[in-house]
Design a protein around this ligand. Structure first.
Ligand SMILES: Cc1ncc(COP(=O)(O)O)c(C=O)c1O
Ligand SMILES: [Zn+2]
Length: 396
């Protein structure tokens, strides 16, 4: 039988903005200064047992990076088999455009059909460990599905606040998982305000994007996996469909951690944040060279996960883009839907529109010369098309 303790080297919680530190087993939301909080580890100790060689012998998908994950007791790991997703070389689109090194990171195969499983799996595990038993989330869809499933598995109560116009499957699976649901007329921002109100009035703990420090710890495993899958030579470009930005910030943190442990050198991929022209706060801020992003008015896009008019971690997203010589760009919905179909017809990947946005960004950046034909590029496919059937159907 395995040891009841994990081999985590977690130390404490820190603020990337004002550098204040918090004790690890305290329940934290945002820092007093308003910034999201991050988790710290003893990387030297972690590197003494977790090495590229030792990882080869491990199973357990996302949980294989135990030394740099925050859960302390094995019994608190709430798992449905998340992570360990395929890196699929492009067979249709890449060769057609004379690019030999194009890969899709296929997150559609995660439990509940999206990469949100990683972040919510981790956050629910730590919530369980800290004795939190009522969780609330504002969601564009996929995060709600994931919270509902992991909460059901953990025996924790959860409440999901979603826009009234989310694709129906998000409502159905949350109901099946026994979640409490409230639908709001408006966007995820309005859902966020309602969740904040309920958490103040009724004591629900908010697990909203970056408002607690553990979702990012799950999402960062995408960065560890990519490094492993590329034999510790990171790709030249990573294209990521960005809403709240947890995955992008998480991967950026993972690269930093891996450098500290000697897994990789200081070279970083150019990070690309993709949004829709109907809701593009990050590209607009990037073009202006701003450090934070103004809220986007009247956000409209079929790519529901990208309909995030204002992100609490905007400054961390922009920092990763600037520091990596990356870029942010917006794609219109017609192009997003077209490329979603191309992914299915040319690559066999049935993606949600967010993946179509990633592919459209790749094509555009190849045209502008930002991406070279020889570059090694990872295009993130973050969620399955099956959850968006009612939207995809309209496009047939
Ligand atoms: C399929 C999909 N892709 C991308 C995103 C955006 O993710 P993030 O909030 O990590 O930027 C979401 C968020 O809801 C999503 O559901
Ligand atoms: Zn702070």
């Amino acid at each position: 039988m395995s040891h009841p303790n994990t081999s985590t080297t977690v130390t404490d919680i820190y603020c990337p903005r004002c550098h204040k530190r918090y004790e690890i087993d305290t329940i934290q939301s945002l820092c007093g200064c308003g910034s999201p909080l991050l988790i710290d580890y003893d990387y030297q100790k972690a590197a003494s047992t977790m090495t590229p060689a030792s990882l080869l012998g491990r199973s357990g998908r996302m949980w294989r990076y135990e030394e740099v994950l925050p859960v302390k007791l094995r019994k608190n790991m709430v798992s449905l088999g998340e992570g360990g997703t395929a890196l699929i070389p492009s067979k249709g689109i890449g060769p057609e455009l004379s690019c030999a090194n194009i890969f899709f990171k296929d997150e559609t195969t995660n439990p509940t059909g999206s990469f949100k499983a990683r972040g919510l799996g981790m956050a629910v595990s730590r919530a369980k460990e800290l004795g939190l038993n009522r969780l609330i989330i504002p969601t564009a869809g996929n995060a709600g599905s994931a919270l509902a499933a992991y909460s059901a598995r953990a025996g924790i109560e959860c409440k999901i606040i979603m826009p009234r116009d989310v694709p129906k499957p998000f409502l159905v699976d949350a109901v099946y998982h026994g979640a409490q649901i409230e639908q709001v007329d408006g966007t995820i921002k309005d859902c966020g305000a309602r969740a904040a109100q309920l958490s103040a009035e009724e004591g629900w703990f908010s697990i909203a994007t970056l408002k607690e420090p553990y979702r990012i710890e799950g999402k960062k495993t995408m960065g560890y996996e990519l490094a492993e899958q590329f034999n510790y030579i990171l790709p030249d470009v990573i294209i990521y469909p960005t809403g709240g930005g947890t995955g992008l910030i998480g991967m950026w943190k993972a690269f930093d951690e891996m450098e500290r442990m000697g897994f990789i050198d200081s070279k970083r991929p150019k990070m690309v944040a993709v949004q829709s022209t109907g809701c593009a706060p990050i590209p607009r801020a990037f073009e202006r060279g701003d450090k934070v992003a103004d809220e986007w008015q009247n956000p409209v896009t079929l790519a529901a996960g990208l309909r995030v008019p204002g992100a609490v971690g905007d400054f961390l997203i922009l920092e990763a883009l600037y520091n990596s010589n990356g870029i942010a760009l917006a794609i219109d919905d017609a192009q997003i839907m077209h490329e979603t179909r191309v992914l299915a017809t040319k690559e066999g990947i049935f993606s949600s529109p967010e993946g179509g946005a990633s592919l459209a960004a790749f094509r555009k950046l190849l045209e502008t010369g930002f991406i070279k034909n020889s570059d090694k590029v990872v295009i993130f496919i973050t969620g399955t098309g099956y959850k968006y059937l009612d939207i995809l159907e309209d496009e047939i």
